[in-house]
Write a protein that binds this ligand. Structure first.
Ligand code: FO1
Length: 324
């Protein structure tokens, strides 16, 4: 490939379930060897002395075809014997770790204690599941999303998301450790060298927010704006999954595709919105982004692959137009 030819690589900024479903389509539309997932680690949590990386595992299990498709996280065919024992002893039982899933956390924790980096362990786990794409944590350094909730003050992300069922009002979010965190090896290179950068339809505040808070990531993206395409996880004013709609409003944004456009306008040149929001295209464009309307409800990997193909076709056409 000559240095003037655009690369076929696709870098995807990822949270958990929504990103994993998109990636399952991306690897159908594009050779997996060309795909790099850059994944949020702000949700990571220490439980029972184990390092749990929910978004990395959701991406890995989904791409392996092993995820529990009902929940979108955890493994299919899971059993819960270990959790039953923890409950018997009065231990922490609000975060459900299945017996098979526990094996992943045992392995990760052991390897980290041996001195391996999270990037290395993630690659080992991905290889064991025979994934073709590259899965990277955004950073190997500690990064912790913390939220301030009414009457309680600041709590950990999983305390908010799982223990309180994200059913409490949030007044602030911060990413502890972000200022000193360094992008993991390969993260900046993936953004710089990709032909297209996708921002998955993940929660803009608590899933994509931590990635952008790691110094260097936002700066690298700003250089790639014309090749960066975001997919809205808000459809008809509602989050596809999780609390994004509520969080956006609580933190002073609009829970709509226009609100998402305003958050991403400096980083991405195009926002993909669902057919249901077709009438909001003009408002998206008023924020300075192109608007692409598509079916964004990823019921199965083939819908996600079709969405990916539409995005790549649109990007190719726009690039040709600009070079004419
Ligand atoms: N989400 C829940 O709502 N309840 C759980 O008990 C839970 C357990 C869990 C275990 C492993 C894992 O990888 C993910 C898990 N999740 C659970 C999902 C996770 O909390 C969220 O999906 C993400 O952190 C948000 O992206």
């Amino acid at each position: 490939m000559s240095s003037t030819e655009p690369s076929d690589g696709v870098a995807v900024l990822c949270g958990g379930v929504g990103a994993a479903r998109l990636l399952a389509g991306v690897v159908r539309a594009v050779d997996g060897a060309q795909v790099t997932a850059i994944v949020n680690t702000g949700d990571d949590v220490m439980l029972h002395g184990l390092h749990v990386s929910p978004d990395l595992d959701t991406v890995t299990y989904t791409l392996a075809g092993a995820v529990n498709t009902e929940t979108g996280w955890g493994l299919q065919g899971e059993t819960w014997q270990a959790m039953a024992m923890v409950r018997r002893y009065g231990g922490i039982d609000w975060f459900n770790l299945g017996d098979r899933d526990l094996g992943t956390h045992l392995y990760r924790t052991h390897r980290l204690r041996q001195g391996a980096s999270l990037t290395e362990v993630t690659a080992e786990i991905a290889a064991a599941w025979e994934l073709t794409l590259t899965v990277l944590p955004v950073t190997d350094d500690p990064l912790q999303t913390r939220v301030t909730v009414a009457d309680e003050g600041e709590i950990g992300f999983q305390d908010y998301f799982v223990r309180r069922h994200h059913d409490v009002a949030v007044s602030a979010v911060r990413f502890v450790g972000a200022e000193t965190a360094r992008p993991a090896p390969g993260v900046i290179e993936a953004i710089e060298q990709a032909g297209v950068v996708l921002i998955a339809p993940s929660n803009p505040i608590v899933s994509i927010g931590p990635l952008l808070a790691v110094p260097g990531v936002r700066e690298a993206l700003l250089q790639r704006r014309s090749d960066t395409i975001a997919i809205s996880g808000i459809v008809a004013g509602k989050a596809l999954k999780g609390p994004a709609d509520r969080l956006l409003v609580e933190l002073g944004h609009e829970a709509s595709v226009t609100g998402v456009a305003r958050l991403y306008a400096d980083l991405a040149s195009t926002l993909v919105i669902d057919d249901a929001d077709r009438d909001s295209c003009a408002q998206v464009e008023a924020s300075g982004m192109h608007c692409l309307v598509a079916d964004t409800i990823m019921r199965d990997p083939e819908v996600a692959a079709q969405l990916t193909r539409s995005i790549l076709d649109e990007h190719r056409a726009r690039t040709q137009e600009q070079n004419r």
